[in-house]
Design a protein around this ligand. Sequence first.
Ligand SMILES: NC(=O)C1=CN([C@@H]2O[C@H](COP(=O)(O)OP(=O)(O)OC[C@H]3O[C@@H](n4cnc5c(N)ncnc54)[C@H](OP(=O)(O)O)[C@@H]3O)[C@@H](O)[C@H]2O)C=CC1
Ligand SMILES: CC(=O)C(=O)O
Ligand SMILES: [Mg+2]
Length: 769
Amino acid sequence: MSKELRDGALEYHRLPKPGKFSIEPTKPLANQRDLALAYSPGVAYACEAIVEDPLNASLYTTRGNMVAVVTNGTAVLGLGAIGPLAAKPVMEGKAVLFKKFAGIDAVDIEIDERDPDKLVEIIASLEPSFGAINLEDIKAPECFEIEERLKDRMKIPVFHDDQHGTAIVVSAAMLNALRVVGKPLDQVKLVASGAGAAALACLDLLVELGLPRANITVTDIVGVVWKGRNEQMDPRKETYAVETDARTLAEVISGADIFLGLSAPRVLTAEMVKTMAPQPIIMALANPTPEILPDEARRVRPDAIIATGRSDFPNQVNNVLCFPFVFRGALDVGATTINIEMKKAAAQAIADLAMAEPSSEVAQAYGGQELRFGPDYLIPKPFDPRLVVEVSSAVARAAMESGVATRPIEDFDAYRQVLSSYFFRSGLVMRTVFERAKAQPKRVVYADGEDERVLRAAQIVVDEGFAQPILIGRRAVVQRRIERLGLRLKLDKDIELCDPEDDPRYNTYWSEYHRLMCRRGVTPESARTVVRTRATVIGALMVHIGEADALICGPVSRFVKNLRHLKEIFGVRRGVSEPCAMQALILPTKTIFVADTQVEHKRSPEQIAEMTIMCAEEVRRFGITPKIALLSSSSYGTGETPSAQMMRDAFALVREQAPELEVEGEMQADAAISEEVRHRVFPGSLLQGSANLLITPDLDSGNIAFNLAKALTSGTSVGPVLIGLNHPAHILTPAVSVRGIVNLSALVVVDAIEKSRDTPWCPIPAEPA
Ligand SMILES: NC(=O)C1=CN([C@@H]2O[C@H](COP(=O)(O)OP(=O)(O)OC[C@H]3O[C@@H](n4cnc5c(N)ncnc54)[C@H](OP(=O)(O)O)[C@@H]3O)[C@@H](O)[C@H]2O)C=CC1
Ligand SMILES: CC(=O)C(=O)O
Ligand SMILES: [Mg+2]
């Protein structure tokens, strides 16, 4: 390993605080009452509820989402028996991965004990504290007995990750590697290096999946595991002992289709690789140094498919792809164990994901690497946000079907939404919107149909089935990009295309545009030019004419230009003097909406009141009750600036026009968020709790406040949501992500559904306003 990596890793572990995680309270502990609830005397009620029914522990404590990562430090990575203290960085790392990838709270427990009997006693005694136990880096053969005895004794899942996590990921990668080389699992010859925890569990699962036991030869530190051998044997190894005169890896590797290394650094040589069968599969998985480095193997066998356990080579076969998600699924259904059905379901889900087209989030995280199923992309990358959804739900379902789930999931669609929120925090907030959109899909035209993000979003929209996309773009370019991105979209089947260079509807579009704009200085000639060159205009005309129900434009062209076209072609809703843009910031504990972030830099009190009422209506679409604060530098009359007066006037107008709204103003932003601060300055406030819709006095303050909060909190943003036009449309900003486009697509479909019901929209004016 390079010095640079060593220095970087040590600094990462040391700064800014030693170690990799800390524990944060999830409840307020700010005053005497909180103390009385959290601790004595209030806590006693939670204790009594658990005495009454032990299942209440998952209601009143962290137990249901808490996993112990337990080791005794006897087989730490490939570093060997380095002891429990030195194992702590690895275990802290596993704990952090549980949290990051699957939202599971995990703590590392390093136990200074090698005696299996004592270890079993210690670990079994942890049952009251945890919802599941992840055994880690405990050496073979003791690990087998330890796990079996704990599984018998404990009523929560006990899972030795080095065995089963590795087996699941190896099986997924193996199934896909065999798919690439076109060899059936029941006809390949496999040689394993290593007969420890990981290797034997992998072999067990591969046998379960159809690899004949007779096709397997195992080697370890002594050499071939043969029938009759006495040296360093144990009952588990014995099950793979074969009748043979061969005694070394070099002898048995000849003609093998697969090398599975879960042993030690550099045990496989280039000479040995040369003798393998055509298109050999080499899984050199010892960590951190594999049995052979990929370059060395590739040099002698360019036809090989190669995987390692490391993130710095293609095909990282590592149990990180599995353990967070298997535990997530098991905890969510209250599984009493993790059985073979759950393991097989996890392996299949991982294998299937690599076959699906790559996600843009992964492409982004991996710096634009080519991520299409093939020899260098056999399994998904650890940062693939689909893993938590697909693997956890497959495991949960398998637990239910195999009868080990104590809390079966009733609504799998809802569960998948919750799972996606572990990665995309917009998931939960957007759930109501997606459900409504799916119930009544609409035709959405995308003006920038050649943009890669739009194409990826269109694929998701088609897969999720909440809209029928229409793309504006040149046919050859769109087709080429679909292929390059590995998408499955079929032009003219999944999606309609409008090619601005060659569309028979061109004459209809420019004539209509001219009709709308002829009294605004637009000549037939310039109408032709605008329609030929501005995709947003074509998209807007399609909606206006009724060929589409809603429009998404951007991210390529500028927001203000797009908005101008939309106002010209659509007009604004009756009673609206100016549209506005609202953005949502989704934080771990709450969602806030801010307006106006994009549209009009100066509004009158009447327009602020109008915007407030429109935005409140929009917030309800997310299933959230608006709690509105009209922001200012002044709180309840403390300032005399014109903008403070304007917000006071706007507040009075909103109270008059929409008395049902929970609204207050004018106030500073901290008073809006904190009830405590607000009550200090104005105890009689009409607003309860924290405001979630923040109306700012002008565009600059709205935009600055939103972006500052976003940058400081790293919250997820949804929007800008364009409100007030006479037809459903949103304008994408240049920084939008694929997920952002998908979110806005769902929102625009919901707009279109409401418009089709004629609530609260009004008809298209004959001439634009
Ligand atoms: N990529 C991944 O996701 C994972 C990788 N691993 C890696 O796999 C390796 C084994 O881990 P694990 O099974 O937990 O450990 P174990 O200690 O349980 O097993 C190690 C095995 O390797 C054998 N071995 C050790 N040295 C050699 C050698 N020089 N030549 C041949 N065989 C040897 C041992 O032989 P003997 O039985 O004779 O002692 C034993 O069978 C480690 O490098 C670990 O990092 C493990 C889990 C997951
Ligand atoms: C990845 C892992 O668990 C190991 O190498 O031990
Ligand atoms: Mg391990």
